[in-house]
Design a protein around this ligand. Structure first.
Ligand code: ATP
Ligand code: MG
Length: 409
């Protein structure tokens, strides 16, 4: 049997980027040979094994054929006769279809090295169209390598466009899609992921609610970039530049969905978009089965981002309601993430990228005085049950009123 490094490890070494996980392909071996060497099988009918010591993935060289819709609709053929070239041709991009032996000798039948030099993301063969997930993967690699000047080859973008129009994208499971989306959002240039999906028509299929934001104007006084889609991409870019966690990035992407359904007569104003966006955010959340903290934050940011921007103008009672909506007394971290997303929203505007956002500290201050109200004295005064809750609310209100006065003096 011959063993080669493949995929990301080869690509990233040639790019001079750190290699995190190594994928291996094994040529000239059967499943029995692998088991005999102590490898552990990953799945019952999938020719992938884990190394007994390193735990790295070793896949038997295989060919694939599409036999139905979705990823379940693949027939794998792994046998000792399958050649390295046959295995490499089923891979998505030429830069991912190179192999390296233990002497460092490169096998590159599909010109991956040239495409690396030319900074091109190019599909290996027309079989690319057999797995619609590849549309998301290419967009993710475009985001990851944007900084290095990579772009999607025109003929690959064309294939991605055909795949988007064919209805195949709908066959993707929520789990497979979310894995790509969440990884793409955590790249340094996540806005490129969304842009590439839009360029090939996939965004209109996967997230029509986000796609609908492009071409929708906003008031130039607050939004010099005017276009809501452009704004959304900038907010996402800000979130990445400030190294925000996934939940914040997800909330940034979805915060303005309500603006996509404003009747044209009302443009460029979007009164009530916060509330109108909620059902759209919910739909996107559920479509991809986003993790709970992502779902919750996206809804809260959608509903309350304008509150944050106007923080200093809010009445004490409204401020308190805001804090209560976030359950800030028990979950201070989520409120921090809300503030972060709102700050990214304020900065994701043309020419305003480094504006100060005093609302952030103002909100933090209000949360901290409200949280500092002690329950013990109220208990000692004999309050309990609903009366205790009400007494606590009044004390917190008093604290916030005092805070407001002190802030404005
Ligand atoms: P990363 O740095 O994100 O791990 P990677 O290229 O190693 O990038 P993996 O998902 O680990 O990506 O996959 C390893 C290799 O398997 C890829 O380089 C590619 O050759 C192939 N591959 C993975 N998923 C697909 C797919 N859906 N279609 C075609 N080839 C794929
Ligand atoms: Mg990998």
């Amino acid at each position: 049997m011959r063993i080669y490094k493949v995929g990301g490890a080869v690509r990233d070494r040639l790019l001079g980027r750190p290699v995190t996980d190594i994928d291996w392909v094994v040529v000239g071996a059967s499943a029995q040979d692998m088991l005999a060497k102590g490898f552990r099988p990953v799945g019952a009918d999938f020719p992938v094994f884990l190394h007994p010591k390193t735990g790295e993935e070793y896949a038997l060289a295989r060919t694939e054929r599409k036999s139905g819709r979705g990823y379940g609709g693949f027939t794998f053929h792994a046998s000792p006769e399958v050649t390295l070239e046959e295995d490499l041709i089923r891979r998505d991009l030429t830069i991912n279809a190179m192999a390296e032996d233990d002497q460092g000798l490169l096998t590159d039948p599909y010109s991956g090295q040239k495409d690396l030099e030319d900074r091109l993301l190019r599909h290996v063969s027309p079989a690319f169209a057999e797995d619609p997930l590849r549309v998301l993967r290419v967009a993710r690699f475009a985001a990851r390598y944007a900084e290095l000047g990579f772009r999607v080859a025109p003929e690959t973008l064309e294939l991605m466009r055909q795949l988007s129009e064919s209805g195949e994208l709908q066959a993707l499971t929520a789990e497979r899609s979310w894995k790509e989306i969440s990884r793409a959002l955590m790249e340094d240039q996540p806005q490129v992921f969304i842009q590439v999906l839009r360029d090939c028509g996939a965004l209109a299929v996967l997230m029509p609610e986000v796609d609908a934001l492009f071409g929708v104007p906003q008031p130039p006084a607050h939004h010099p970039e005017i276009d809501t889609g452009v704004h959304t991409l900038s907010v996402l870019q800000q979130a990445a530049q400030h190294q925000q966690p996934l939940s914040v990035r997800w909330a940034c992407l979805l915060h303005d969905l309500g603006k996509g359904v404003t009747p044209e007569e009302e443009w460029p104003r979007h009164i009530g978009h916060e509330h109108k966006g909620l059902e759209l955010i919910k739909a996107v959340n559920e479509r991809f089965k986003a993790p709970r903290e992502c779902q919750e934050l996206a809804l809260l940011v959608g509903q309350y981002h304008t509150h944050a921007h106007k923080a200093q103008e809010l009445k004490a009672s409204t401020l308190l309601e805001l804090l209560q909506s976030f359950d800030v007394f028990r979950r201070p971290q989520r409120f921090e993430e809300f503030i972060a997303a709102c700050e990214m929203d304020a900065r994701g505007r043309l020419g305003l990228e480094s504006r100060p956002y005093p609302q952030a500290d103002y909100l933090r201050g209000a949360a901290s005085v409200a949280r500092a109200v002690a329950v013990q004295p109220l208990l000692e005064q004999g309050f309990k049950g609903p009366e205790l809750g009400e007494a606590l609310r009044l004390e917190r209100l008093k604290a916030i009123k005092a805070y407001k006065e002190q802030q404005s003096s």
